[in-house]
Write a protein that binds this ligand. Structure first.
Ligand code: FNR
Length: 370
């Protein structure tokens, strides 16, 4: 008998639509707040390159679709020529290493304040309900929000169009596709979730009405760049930014069944066990109905380690597993999983600083013995 090394399910190839992935360990979208003036910087070349392996799938940090989409300092955008040009060398470098790179398209909606808005105007949302001050994810800073302005129904096509244009720009920048950020309490969820959405027009009330905005964006983006280049991220079970839903199971199921009509590439769902405090709660099996109902590739994220990821693949709960904090701190994560090597610890205090090196590109690689 040959002494073949056992196959590690996370490291088996997977064909996702037109993309031939060499393994299933995905770089989750990770905001790093180092894009000064909303323009991606050259230090991002090294950061993304370090996390690229041949046939690996990477999702960019959340990227603002327009000047009203911003809510955090130094997050990148993709609505100006300068931003598109600045993304190009980053995307090129990822491609040169054989990676497949999607741009996550983001509008924060009411998770913003007037300091981030053009002309100091109120942030836009599905509602005019103010979000209470929140401790930022770094556990230190407190974010304060400005009362949002409820979008009129006749203004919504413009926002849908901004997503479409951003997707077009992402393709122009060289990205292989886009992930629509429909998670974590941002604008799209402010429409989807009934804790937030208090509208009485065709964008509020029933599940169908609350999901209308998300699906209009999916349709517009898919028509613009092709459904095989479109993914979406959802977190029906999460409650970030006061965005719980009274029936997350129904919401998740309705969304994936509706997404099937557009034939998009993938659905990326954040686990119910990944709650605000970052603790593992609940059961990954709550996503199974969504997984079974969705026709495209199914990505999961939220609190996965190597064993959890392997189990998700073996048990058929997911096709791909996205890793956030572990990939942030281990640029060679797929290699470490292959060797079952120890992992670098992540430094939470450095997640969102504007330092272009520390806690960004200085996490060590495994020492090679060759
Ligand atoms: C995140 N997360 C996140 N999610 C998202 O959809 N867009 C984003 O830009 C970000 N930004 C971000 C920054 C940082 C520093 C962290 C730690 C997290 C959530 C992330 O993609 C992932 O879902 C969570 O981190 C849970 O996965 P892990 O970290 O348990 O693998």
């Amino acid at each position: 008998m040959s002494e073949e090394t056992p196959v590690i399910p996370l490291l088996t190839p997977y064909k996702m639509g037109p993309f031939n992935l060499c393994h299933r360990v995905v770089l989750a979208p990770l905001t790093r707040q180092k894009s000064f003036n909303n323009v991606p910087q050259s230090h991002a070349i090294l950061y993304y390159c370090q996390r690229t392996s041949k046939g690996g799938f990477l999702i960019s940090e959340a990227t603002c679709i327009s000047d009203t989409a911003r809510g955090y300092p130094n997050t990148p955008g993709i609505w100006t020529k300068q931003q598109i040009e600045a993304w190009k060398p980053i995307v090129d470098a990822v491609h040169a290493k054989g990676g497949i790179f999607f741009c996550q398209l983001w509008h924060v909606g009411r998770v913003s304040n007037k300091d981030f808005q053009p002309n100091g105007q109120a942030p836009i949302s599905s509602t005019d309900k103010l979000l209470m001050p929140q401790v930022r994810a770094n556990g230190i800073d407190v974010a304060h929000f400005t009362p949002p302005r409820r979008l009129r129904a006749d203004e919504i096509p413009q926002i849908v169009n901004d997503f479409r244009l951003a997707a077009k720009n992402a393709i122009e920048a060289g990205f292989d596709g886009v992930e629509i950020h429909g998670a974590h309490g941002y604008l799209i969820e402010q429409f989807m979730k009934d804790q937030v959405n208090d509208r009485t027009d065709e964008y509020g009330g029933s599940l169908e009405n609350r999901c209308r905005f998300a699906l209009e964006i999916v349709e517009a983006v898919a028509n613009e760049i092709g459904a095989e280049k479109v993914g979406i991220r959802l977190s029906p079970f999460a409650d970030y930014a006061e965005s719980a839903d009274s029936n997350p199971e129904a919401l998740g199921l309705y969304m994936v069944e509706s997404l099937n009509k557009y034939g998009i590439l993938y659905c990326h769902v954040v686990e119910p066990r990944m709650m605000t405090a970052g603790e593992k709660l609940g059961s990954p099996h709550s996503l199974l109905p969504m997984r079974k109902a969705f026709n495209g590739a199914f990505l999961v994220a939220g609190g996965y380690d190597r064993d959890d990821g392997i189990n998700a693949i073996v048990e058929g709960h997911a096709d791909l597993v996205a890793y956030g904090r572990l990939f942030l701190s281990n640029p060679d994560l797929p290699k470490r999983f292959e060797l079952n090597a120890p992992l670098n610890a992540y430094n939470r205090a450095k997640f969102y600083t504007d330092d272009p090196v520390i806690g960004y590109t200085d996490y060590p690689f495994l020492e090679t013995t060759s």
